[in-house]
Ligand binder design. Structure first.
Ligand code: DX5
Ligand code: ZN
Length: 215
């Protein structure tokens, strides 16, 4: 099943509640929350306080994407704040199994993510342990960047491994997703589409979500 996860990074933060309600009514499946620390990525966004503030606004799962160094230090805080899925970058986790175990130990679903230039092989050992694999289709840090097509081959590899290993994690993509790039990703095996600009920069969010889903 195709799922759409609007990224609030592109929302109007002065009316965040209205923005989230709008995409929920518009058919969103997850709310994607981009957490950036100014170290792992060249931008600073939001932390557990905002996750806690939006938790009561929506019944949708909060899909929390941690673009931070030392994510282990903050897993408990994000889980307590109401995250449903916590996704960590392989590039920030020298003890990846341990980090994934600690996310699950906090009672939430665990995701692992790699940047466009990181080989799929580096997450193969943890595939049996995760609920979600996120493949970055831009280098993380900002909304509104251009989709990197070479990631498509990596999506296909992960989808093949999922089948061969008889696993059921979701495959998610993030960055530069619009109806055209979503179509390519869908064909490669993607289930969950994160979209910032392609949803929040459109007047009619319901239509924007539907056009990505139908792609
Ligand atoms: C990128 C973030 C994305 C971003 C996507 O660093 O992880 O979630 O908000 O934005 P768009 O869809 O505009 O590329
Ligand atoms: Zn993201």
């Amino acid at each position: 099943m195709t799922k759409i996860a609007p990224s609030i990074l592109s929302a109007n933060f002065s009316i965040l509640k209205d923005e989230i309600e709008d995409v929920e009514k518009g058919g969103a499946d997850y709310i994607h929350v981009d957490v950036m620390d100014g170290h792992f990525v060249p931008n600073i966004t939001i932390g557990p306080l905002v996750v806690k503030a939006i938790r009561p606004i929506t019944s949708l799962p909060l899909d929390v994407h941690l673009m931070i160094e030392n994510p282990d230090k903050f897993i408990r805080e994000f889980a307590d704040a109401g995250a449903d899925i916590i996704t960590v970058h392989q590039e920030t986790c020298p003890h990846l199994h341990r980090t994934i175990q600690s996310i699950k130990g906090a009672g939430v679903k665990a995701g692992v993510v790699i940047n466009p230039a990181t080989p799929a092989e580096l997450i193969k050992p943890v595939l049996p342990d995760v609920d979600l694999v996120l493949l970055m289709t831009v280098n993380p840090g900002f909304g509104g960047q251009i989709f990197i097509p070479s990631v498509l081959a990596k999506i296909k590899t992960i989808a093949t491994w999922r089948k061969e290993m008889n696993l059921s994690f979701e495959i998610e993509v993030d960055g530069g997703i619009n109806p055209e790039t979503a179509k390519l990703c869908k064909e490669a095996g993607v289930d969950v589409f994160v979209a910032g600009n392609a949803v929040f920069n459109k007047e009619d969010r319901k239509k924007a979500i539907a056009s990505i889903r139908q792609a």
